[in-house]
Design a protein around this ligand. Structure first.
Ligand SMILES: [Zn+2]
Length: 192
């Protein structure tokens, strides 16, 4: 899931206009951003789920640090702390919650591959509701997150004066198109 996270961030921006959109967008995929270097260095891994053809949601992802429950809480707190330093305390809380929303949305789609403790310490049960087993349903939910996010963002832009309104509307449109493109790439298997 990538597009759905961005869609959710756009919904948050519609309510929390004081927090910069780029910070919300970064927050929403922060766990995946950290996953990339760990994946490239072989610390976190991903492999096709048994019997699944390559394509949308076909992976079992062992992101045992970035996507562990406790790891996600710590990373959310860290991001929120940086946000509070840069902007306001409220912005920090919002950003921390948005970082953690990634873990919650991933929990819905991942196949029981998300550990509780970093590094799967203690071999506790792994979590994940596995909606990726039904790719069309998971993708439909992602599409809904994108459409609702873009729509809320677009609607919130109506309250802005003149040029900021048109600028915000362009961004809202980009969220919609970017989300649709990301979902399409994801669904055709280009993104892994
Ligand atoms: Zn993720």
């Amino acid at each position: 899931m990538i597009a759905g996270h961005f869609g959710f961030a756009a919904s948050v921006k519609a309510r929390e206009s004081a927090v910069p959109l780029w910070a919300l967008m970064l927050a929403t995929v922060f766990l995946d951003v950290l996953f990339v270097p760990l994946f490239l260095s072989g610390i976190e891994t991903a492999a096709p789920a048994e019997g699944m053809a390559p394509g949308y949601g076909h992976l079992v992802i062992h992101a045992d640090y970035t996507h562990s429950l406790v790891g996600a809480v710590l990373l959310s707190a860290l991001f929120g702390w940086a946000g509070a330093m840069l902007w306001t305390r409220r912005a920090g809380v919002v950003l921390a919650l948005v970082v953690f929303s990634h873990w919650v949305l991933d929990l819905i789609v991942h196949r029981m591959d998300m550990p509780i403790l970093p590094g799967d310490w203690g071999n506790l049960p792994r979590l994940g509701l596995g909606l990726w087993q039904w790719p069309w349903i998971a993708a439909a939910i992602e599409a809904l997150l994108v459409v609702v996010g873009a729509w809320l963002y677009w609607r919130a832009a109506a309250g802005l004066p003149g040029t900021s309104q048109s600028r915000a509307r362009v961004v809202g449109l980009l969220v919609l198109l970017g989300g649709a493109a990301t979902l399409a790439l994801d669904f055709t298997g280009v993104l892994g």
